[in-house]
Write a protein that binds this ligand. Structure first.
Ligand SMILES: NC(=O)c1ccc[n+]([C@@H]2O[C@H](COP(=O)([O-])OP(=O)(O)OC[C@H]3O[C@@H](n4cnc5c(N)ncnc54)[C@H](OP(=O)(O)O)[C@@H]3O)[C@@H](O)[C@H]2O)c1
Ligand SMILES: *[C@@H]1O[C@H](CO)[C@@H](O)[C@H](O)[C@H]1NC(C)=O
Ligand SMILES: *[C@@H]1O[C@H](CO)[C@@H](O)[C@H](O)[C@H]1NC(C)=O
Length: 330
């Protein structure tokens, strides 16, 4: 009995210390950049960190498009941003990253109705707990966190390429996680439902995001779009709620009370989207508003090239389309 209590209290104390460390090392974006006349898209911009990122951009005068799969939540999130910032140029558009058709129709509408796109924040994500195949035949977690953003980014590239200039490149920011460290890329099992625990899939999807940035940055070398990945740290949002178990409730409680707030967690993404120096690098990884390194597997050229080909196949893009995506729009 005593031993059990001892172990439990050590775990709790460690968790609290990690939380203090997370908060103490968090950095705040210091950019004063004015975004009047610019357009930004934030996926999952209606909740959690995405909502704070979108609010920041709106307060700097940007036109902000927030996207999520639920109309009521989306509309409500949009209204919160408008109320907070007084900027009414905020629109909600429906986007379900778990559906290739939804990603395509969202991108098509953007390409048809927007004449510029300065910033794309690939922030949406799902945590653990749901393990099923989507109607596109891909693993749900992999599709929302990785394949959906892969397709979205490629389809929006022509507009990003058109908008970027040598002094002000358009910017893509992907949201990875410390859990990319547990990620593995096994091409035969990328969409498998047989992982021992779904957090493995979360880690895999987050490693894919960094590899993708690496590969796309190479393909875009010399063009006016930069692409970087951020790790927000451990943040108290709803993302772990869907664990739906005793553990889920416990983790959420800890994260909400002892870890970074969504606003704190949003800072690195905002920094990478706005900071002058961050706009000069591509294919890199940031944490606490600083350039750092992801694990070395994330910079493996052979792996990233193979993942690119495999992803193109999974999202059902043909080679003519891929070529078109890498060409600026007139
Ligand atoms: N919290 C952390 O400690 C932590 C740590 C490292 C990385 N991250 C990453 O940070 C990002 C933001 O997470 P968060 O913590 O702010 O979580 P969150 O509060 O749960 O927000 C996630 C957002 O993604 C949206 N979303 C979920 N499924 C979607 C779909 N199928 N299509 C489009 N949008 C979808 C959600 O929309 P609905 O609300 O409408 O479902 C929500 O707006 C994620 O990529 C996450 O992996 C979080
Ligand atoms: C940004 O600049 C515009 C003028 O170009 C100005 O009207 C606006 O108030 C500025 N916004 C912020 C948030 O500083
Ligand atoms: C973000 O991910 C998408 C797909 O996962 C990819 O197209 C894009 O290059 C990635 N960018 C970054 C910065 O990782």
């Amino acid at each position: 009995m005593f031993v059990v209590l001892y172990v439990i209290s050590m775990v709790i104390i460690t968790a609290i210390i990690v939380g203090f460390y997370q908060k103490a090392t968090n950095a705040i974006c210091k950019s004063k950049k004015n975004l009047t006349g610019r357009t930004a898209i934030v996926t999952g911009g209606t909740n959690g960190m995405g909502l704070r990122i979108a609010t920041d951009f709106a307060s700097r005068g940007a036109r902000v498009i927030v996207a999520c799969p639920f109309i009521d939540e989306g509309t409500q999130g949009r209204n919160v941003i408008v109320d907070k910032t007084g900027n009414s140029d905020v629109v909600f558009k429906m986007l379900d990253l778990a559906s290739l058709a939804s990603v395509r129709s969202f991108a098509k509408e953007i390409l048809e109705t927007e004449d510029r796109l300065d910033i794309l924040i690939n922030n949406a994500g799902v945590g653990v707990g749901v393990d099923r195949l989507t109607k596109d035949g891909l693993n749900f977690i992999m599709q929302v966190n990785y394949f959906g953003h892969f397709l979205l980014t490629l389809l929006l590239l022509p507009l990003l390429l058109k908008t970027g200039t040598p002094s002000e490149p358009a910017r893509v920011v992907n949201t990875s996680s410390i859990l990319h460290n547990i990620g593995i890329i096994n091409f035969d099992q990328m969409n498998s439902l047989k992982y021992w625990y779904t957090i493995q899939l979360y880690g895999n999807s987050k490693l894919c995001l960094i590899l993708f940035a690496h590969e796309l940055a190479k393909k875009l070398k010399g063009k006016n779009v930069v692409i970087n990945t951020v790790d927000p740290g451990a943040v108290g949002t709803g993302i772990f709620n869907c664990v739906g178990s005793f553990f889920g409730v416990l983790i959420s409680y800890f994260f909400k009370n002892f870890y970074k707030t969504p606003w704190e967690g949003a800072q690195t993404a905002i920094h990478v989207a706005l900071d002058n120096k961050a706009g000069k690098v591509s294919g890199e990884f940031f944490k606490n508003c600083e350039l750092t390194r992801a694990r070395s597997a994330a910079y493996n050229d052979r792996l990233s090239a193979k993942l690119w080909d495999e992803s193109v196949r999974c999202v059902k893009l043909d080679s003519a389309e891929v070529k078109e995506c890498l060409t600026p729009r007139l």
